[in-house]
Ligand binder design. Structure first.
Ligand SMILES: [Zn+2]
Ligand SMILES: [Zn+2]
Ligand SMILES: [Zn+2]
Ligand SMILES: [Zn+2]
Length: 496
């Protein structure tokens, strides 16, 4: 690990080992919003291929794909990608080809990720590929596996998958055993990252052992995004070189932790803690989580997941009355009975099921219609800033975009923005992307003035989270320039 320490030291980073949290990454220099703290290529990665969708194994694109003629399982967009993967795939291809056609379907992306992990380890030990300090199997071995926390059912599943990998590898017993492979499945489950595109749509899974050292916070000071398969961590606030403490920073000795979020942070403390416990097996003690039960935490939960006041104009949040039969608005003291809320919730559930049914029947028009009804009803039940209302509007926005109903999509997009502003910090990729969608829709509909304002907001946020030099943000800046040029042209023609 000495090589890794030195490699990180040269980037202004320090690894520390905490008795309760394990390894963590600390800042040994100032990082400013938008600055890259660390980036890493995947140690191994696979696209999320299913029967419905295939992606190139090298660059994850969906266009111009051809199947590998050897195994008929893996896809490539061309010879460049195929060549870049050949060292490893040559071995994998051979193993896949030995399986009978029917069994090849059971080789899921997760199984492939494991095969690739072992093949890479083999190539490293045979010195076929080099082992720089930030990319070698020792780093994978050092990741937590949490075997003791896994329930029996999951353990059985890992054992079954491990068996398949073991059979496919066909290595002598001394080199490998099923128990070790099962342990690595558990390791992947809590360490591998979902690889996504710039708009945060999932593309595949990758293991980035150095990025995995970074700890979680529900109030992070850094964000992880992907540029192709490269994982990039950028600061979203000033991370000082030790000494100075701001709100969301946790100090370790003299150093400040680099912290990203492993989960969706728009949720109550209970929701976040549950998600972290289930997938990552720890109880978060970040600055947001330690406030659990305090007045502002109670208020936050009641806003993100609670009911609305009966007074249309009141944005107060509701808390349970002491008799447990009513909910009381904390602003105007209006009451809502438990029965009334339950009745409304049951109606909404019925409608949601109906929407689900027409969605599975591919009846887009009908499901939009029912979902709009759901949204109206949810508005009567939930606080305007609840995550559930946000999700319904998000769904409607996507469906209306698919139907090319830009006006309808924009209406819902605009409704989500104040909620995004409320539930996320200033530099959050989802907030930036939402501004971007809003701007693109306004631009399409000829509302240049508002498009400029939305695109400017998008550029301010995404410039920090995605970096100003990435093709994605460059394209955004070009759209903004175009909109500004059009606005000034309109202004000129008005003057004349
Ligand atoms: Zn490709
Ligand atoms: Zn192949
Ligand atoms: Zn937390
Ligand atoms: Zn009220």
């Amino acid at each position: 690990m000495e090589g890794l320490r030195m490699a990180l030291r040269s980037r202004g980073l320090v690894i520390s080992n905490l008795p309760d949290k394990g390894r963590c990454l600390l800042a040994d220099k100032d990082f400013y919003p938008g600055e890259v703290i660390i980036s890493q290529n995947p140690y191994v990665c696979v696209p999320n291929n299913s029967s419905g969708e295939s992606r190139c194994d090298g660059c994850f694109t969906t266009s111009n794909l051809k199947k590998c003629s050897g195994c008929q399982v893996v896809w490539y967009c061309g010879t460049t990608c195929q060549k870049s993967q050949w060292q490893l795939h040559r071995l994998e291809c051979n193993m896949l080809s030995k399986l009978e056609k029917g069994r090849r379907k059971s080789v899921t992306p997760t199984i492939r990720l494991m095969l690739k992990l072992y093949l890479r380890r083999k190539l490293e030990s045979e010195k076929v590929i080099s082992t720089p300090p930030t990319e070698n199997y020792n780093l994978v071995d050092a990741l937590v596996a949490h075997m003791e926390d896994i329930d029996e059912k999951q353990l059985l599943l890992y054992a079954q998958m491990a068996n398949l990998v073991y059979l496919m590898l066909q290595w002598p017993d001394s080199e490998i055993n099923v128990k070790e492979i099962a342990q690595n499945f558990s390791r992947l489950a809590c360490n591998a990252h979902t690889l996504s595109d710039s708009e945060l749509r999932p593309l595949g899974t990758g293991l980035y052992p150095v990025i995995s050292i970074i700890n979680h916070s529900c109030l992070p000071n850094a964000v992880l995004v992907f540029e192709g398969s490269l994982a990039v961590v950028r600061a979203v606030e000033h991370i000082p070189k030790g000494g100075e403490v701001s709100n969301s920073l946790v100090l370790q000795g003299n150093y400040v932790h680099v912290l990203i979020s492993y989960i969706e942070t728009a949720g109550s403390t209970a929701t976040r803690q549950k998600a972290l416990k289930e997938q990552y097996f720890f109880t978060c003690a970040c600055l947001r989580c330690i406030k659990v039960g305090q007045p502002d935490d109670v208020q936050e939960s009641a806003i993100l997941e609670g009911y609305r006041c009966t007074n249309e104009k009141c944005n107060g949040f509701l808390l349970r009355d002491s008799d447990n039969k009513k909910f009381v608005c904390q602003s105007c003291r209006n009451l809502r009975s438990k029965e009334e809320l339950q009745k409304l919730a049951a109606e909404i559930n019925g409608l949601s099921e109906e929407a689900q049914k027409s969605m599975s029947n591919n009846n887009a028009k009908e499901s939009i219609c029912v979902l709009k009804h759901v949204e109206t009803m949810q508005r009567k039940l939930f606080h305007p800033y609840t995550v559930i209302l946000l999700q319904t509007r998000e769904k409607l926005l996507k469906m209306l975009m698919d139907q090319e109903d830009w006006q309808g999509a924009l209406e819902y997009c605009k409704l989500t923005i104040p909620v995004y502003q409320k539930v996320y910090p200033e530099f959050h990729p989802l907030l930036g992307l939402q501004y971007y969608t809003c701007g693109k829709l306004e631009w399409l509909l000829g509302d240049t003035e508002n498009a400029i304002s939305s695109l400017t907001n998008a550029a301010r946020v995404l410039g920090v989270t995605h970096g100003t030099n990435t093709p994605f943000v460059k394209e955004l800046l070009m759209k903004l320039e175009e909109a500004r040029a059009e606005a000034s042209y309109k202004l000129q023609s008005c003057d004349e």
